[in-house]
Design a binder for this molecule. Structure first.
Ligand code: PLP
Ligand code: ZN
Length: 498
């Protein structure tokens, strides 16, 4: 819709005006730094950083109803700078001029109600937000859109001639980093570090296709992360892991969209989030708190973090009573929720700080962590896929988490869960294939249930047969069609037409 066709009270606000006063806040020593360069850790003490807007109170000068109306109207605007996560420009990164905003189609992923058959099997109605429908097929695009828009802005105003963007990845960060870097071109080049054999073939093909330099390292993600951290301390590189606080800002859009997709009525929602490096859940908590403080939502939903029992440091921490909690990294074991297979989540300090703030605002326990078995993750994935909801293994982990939370009584009868299916099902199909071919038992400890297995059938048809190259005689062709059809009819139990 053209700006002049919006209601007159909305018109002047459709195009956001850059503003605010963003700065890096150190979570450890509370120092604050200007956003005129990229920091990953506090230059004073090495602590983790969050970007905050010291002029946030200006956003409260307008009532929540104003923002709700504005964001709903912006969905009809065709300006690419406000089509994606920057629909919420004032709450994401108001510093970035619209001319620097990169939009590759990310954000505004659908929320889908679980089909009735699936809801019955699970024992509760619930929703899935299909975040795999982002351009590189995972939620990581949300954060990259913000991080690379900022980088574009910085590169432009500082006239940088060479920017080497690096990240470690369980597969999806590298796909997103390579894609968004490739869209910038010019001085920006990307390099990604992957744990060899611990990303899916689809995930490996993505940064290769985007022209990134791909390094495969021995070990797991945590090992790659240590190398990348060393690189970012000793060399001039741009870090694109979620240590980069601009990523967190972009990923807040997930929370804003959920609010919008439920007409800003989030009181009875329970957001279920698979957790690896804890960047996504940090962003979701922060986004919800910002919308709440601005009066855009009037309550805060319950949050449930899900981890595999093979990569569960966040679960282990929150399992303890508050005074007994102690953060201990774990050594991971192979998990089919491979994108979340992280033993020492970089964003843990952010998560702990935000959970405390969140529960201060809700005045009651509102954040829970559950752990699930590999078997439950795989069966959750298969169950959703069999009932019209294609999810990745992390989405399956979310469904397993929903079941675990229901069993623990964490979800009340009036509450409805929204599972974050963080990537596209197709990226992780090799786990389904391995399950169907009996290949998950040894490494993942998952015993196959025969009734869940599905394999292609071949038919025993006497020749001559088509081979895709030479043409059969008409008689042979007719015979082949008839025999194949009869065998299929027999297999399906079809009745002949009268
Ligand atoms: C990165 C990723 C996760 C984990 O998110 P964190 O922000 O690292 O906690 C979960 N699922 C998928 C598909 C991912 O790519
Ligand atoms: Zn500090």
């Amino acid at each position: 819709m053209k700006t002049e066709h919006f209601p007159s009270d909305i018109q002047p606000f459709i195009t956001p005006k850059p503003g605010g006063d963003l700065g890096y806040d150190c979570l450890n020593c509370q120092a604050r730094f200007k956003p005129d360069r990229l920091y990953y850790t506090c230059p004073k003490c090495g602590g983790l950083l969050m970007l905050t807007d010291s002029q946030f109170p200006r956003l409260k000068e307008q009532p929540g109803s104003f923002w709700r109306r504005l964001f709903d109207h912006r969905l009809m605007a065709n300006d690419p700078a406000i089509r994606g996560v920057f629909t919420f420009h004032e709450f994401i990164a108001p510093l970035i001029p619209l001319e620097d905003v990169i939009y590759l189609g990310e954000g505004h992923t659908p929320v889908v109600a679980a089909p009735e058959v699936l809801a019955k099997e699970v024992g509760a109605e619930f929703y899935v937000k299909l975040d795999g429908l982002n351009p590189s097929a995972s939620f990581k695009d949300r954060g990259m859109a913000a991080a690379l828009s900022y980088l574009k802005y910085l590169t432009r105003i500082q006239g940088l001639t060479q920017v080497i963007a690096v990240c470690a990845s369980t597969g999806d960060t590298s796909a997103a980093a390579a894609l968004y870097s490739a869209s910038l071109g010019g001085p920006v080049k990307s390099a990604v570090l992957l744990p060899q054999g611990r990303v899916t073939p689809q995930q490996l093909s993505q940064p290769l296709g985007a022209g990134a330099t791909v390094f495969e390292l021995p070990g797991v993600f945590d090992d790659c992360m240590r190398v990348v951290e060393y690189l970012s301390e000793q060399y001039q590189v741009t870090l694109l892991n979620s240590k980069n606080p601009w990523r967190v800002l972009g990923q807040e859009s997930y929370a804003y969209e959920v609010a919008q997709q439920f007409d800003y009525e989030v009181e009875n929602l329970v957001l279920i989030v698979p957790v690896g490096n804890a960047g996504n859940i940090t962003a979701i908590l922060n986004g919800l708190l910002k919308f709440y403080k601005a009066g855009i939502i009037e309550s805060l939903p319950k949050i449930i973090a899900v981890q595999s029992e093979r990569a569960n440091p966040v679960f282990l921490y929150y399992r303890e009573e508050p005074q007994a909690r102690k953060y201990v990294p774990v050594t991971v074991k192979p998990s089919v929720a491979q994108a979340a297979m992280i033993g020492d989540p970089v964003s843990f300090p952010r998560l702990a700080a935000l959970v405390a703030q969140y529960e201060k605002a809700t005045h009651k326990p509102s954040f829970f962590a559950v752990e699930v078995t590999e078997k439950a993750i795989m069966e959750g994935t298969l169950a959703a896929n069999r009932r019209g909801l294609p999810v990745c293994t992390q989405g399956g982990e979310g469904l397993a988490g929903l079941k675990a939370a229901l069993a623990l009584g964490l979800i009340g009868p009036k509450e409805k869960a929204v599972i974050d299916s963080t990537a596209h099902a197709l990226k992780f199909m090799d786990f389904q294939n391995a399950y169907f071919n009996g290949g998950l038992a040894a490494e993942y400890g998952i015993e196959t249930r025969a009734e869940l297995v599905n394999k292609p059938k071949t038919l025993d048809i006497p020749g001559p047969l088509p081979d895709g190259r030479t043409k059969l005689s008409l008689t042979d062709q007719k015979l082949f069609v008839k025999t194949a059809a009869q065998k299929i009819a027999q297999s399906l139990g079809l009745k002949a037409t009268a």
